[in-house]
Design a protein. Structure first.
Length: 454
């Protein structure tokens, strides 16, 4: 007997749906499974081949109503369909999405389809160039500790939005981390969260936006663009500056400014850094907008241990501390990490694939904190190396590194008691690693095996 769900009034039975992207590290596999469980006829398509996607294919093959189109997308899978679930980061000028639009086919992200099918939930959305993961997880943990029914979705590893339809009830709170790609879908659906947090706005993803900051902002603006009277927008200073510069429309929601100066000085969080005081301030305002008491917010903040991969303390061995900050993919994030650790004995593992970012401010900060710089092979590293002549680092600069094992061996050889080995790349992971999570996991695994490996 089929289980009844609160979204049953909108049936998926027999719907022909194409799901773009089934990388095992992503959320498309869960989406395809959910749709198949509820009777849809699914085409799972990906630019990678079956060999590269063997885990995903093995997981989905048990569903007779899922077929595969791998090794590249095909126009036929964007015709005669009821719905396309688009991949995060699909190119702005994707010929396949253009084909779907030409054929009048609805295009959704899993988040926007979730919101279309779900009962009435309270949506809290968090975006920004940096800080959105920490703020999203912190809001979620505060609400959970305050005994609210709350779910976490969006750009969260391992949790697709659609399967949550089998759990959520009317009145539940859903916290979504929303990057600019996911917010493209919000723009198409004309949706904005009831409580929106816009942490900050810096240069990022300019390889995707072809150097156009206005296009990047345009996607980010969907966090508040379709808010209604009575909704709340919580914004940091750089976000407010960007809104003033790029946005010409009228904001209907209640706008609340916050930042580090609003952090309660008597509170004692576990997470380090001045930037995290700002992140905490955003979470406080978001939870207040929902009606959480100050005492419950304080308890949640002071018990929050942070997000894996974001200045995550891994271990200390022989007086050397290891921190995994793999999600620091911009210069601003690396600067925040260096300042948070506030040591002149940092061995920094950085570099990789370029996102067309400006490293000038990072150049100034490195000699204040870094004794050894280890750079992975990649265009971002080459940009950093061009400025390496301005530094006189105690243990030198190592470049062209092609594996985490090689980087860690150099780091361990350079380290002395009291040093910090920090993975904080300021670049994308493409080329050497599967993704930023793979990069961080390799770092943690080697750090936890130091005695066995070196």
């Amino acid at each position: 007997m089929r289980r009844k769900h609160q979204f049953a009034e909108v049936s998926l039975l027999g719907k022909k749906i194409t799901v773009m992207g089934i990388n095992p590290e992503g959320r498309g596999v869960q989406d395809a499974e959910f749709l198949a469980r509820h009777g849809a006829k699914v085409v799972a398509t990906d630019t990678k081949n079956e060999k590269d996607l063997k885990e995903s294919v093995a997981r989905l093959k048990r569903y007779k109503n899922i077929s595969f189109a791998l090794g590249g997308h095909h126009p036929r899978d964007f015709k005669n369909k009821d719905l396309i679930i688009r991949a995060a980061g699909a190119p702005l000028d994707s010929i396949y999405l253009k084909e779907a639009k030409k054929n009048g086919i609805e295009i959704k992200t899993d988040e926007t389809l979730f919101l279309k099918l779900s009962p009435k939930v309270i949506l809290v959305g968090v975006t920004g160039t940096k800080g959105k993961s920490t703020v999203s997880h912190l809001i979620y943990e505060i609400l959970k500790s305050a005994r609210h029914r709350v779910f976490l979705a969006g750009n969260v590893r391992g949790q697709a939005a659609l399967p949550l339809l089998e759990k959520v009830k009317e009145g539940d709170i859903v916290v979504m981390e929303l990057d600019s790609w996911k917010l493209q879908g919000f723009g198409s659906a004309k949706i904005s969260p009831r409580v929106a947090v816009f942490t900050n706005f810096y240069r990022d993803h300019l390889n995707y936006y072809k150097g156009d900051m206005k296009k990047y902002f345009s996607d980010k603006a969907n966090i508040f663009k379709h808010q209604k009277n009575g909704d709340t927008l919580i914004a940091g200073q750089s976000a407010k500056d960007a809104i003033q510069k790029y946005y010409k429309g009228k904001i209907k929601s209640n706008v609340i400014e916050t930042g580090k100066k609003y952090f309660p000085k008597s509170w004692h969080p576990l997470i380090l850094g001045e930037h995290n005081k700002e992140n905490i301030a955003f979470a406080i305002k978001a939870c207040e907008a929902i009606g959480v008491s100050k005492s419950d917010i304080k308890k949640g903040v002071e018990n929050f241990k942070g997000v894996p991969g974001r200045l995550e303390f891994v271990r200390e061995i022989k007086g050397v501390k290891y921190y995994n900050d793999t999600t620091a993919t911009t210069p601003e994030a690396v600067i925040a990490a260096l300042r948070a650790l506030n040591s002149k004995n940092i061995i920094l593992i950085a570099g990789g694939s370029d996102k067309k970012l400006d490293y000038r401010e990072m150049y100034k900060e490195i000699p204040k904190y870094v004794k050894t710089l280890i750079l992975f092979k990649g265009e971002a590293s080459e940009k950093i190396l061009k400025e390496s002549g301005i530094w006189n680092l105690e243990s030198g600069i190592y470049s062209g590194i092609e594996s985490m094992r090689e980087a860690m061996k150099i780091a361990e050889t350079s380290a002395k008691r009291g040093d910090i080995i920090l993975l904080s790349p300021a670049a994308a992971s493409f080329g050497i690693f599967k993704n930023e999570f793979d990069r961080g996991e390799q770092f943690c695994e080697l750090a936890n095996q130091i005695r066995k490996v070196f």
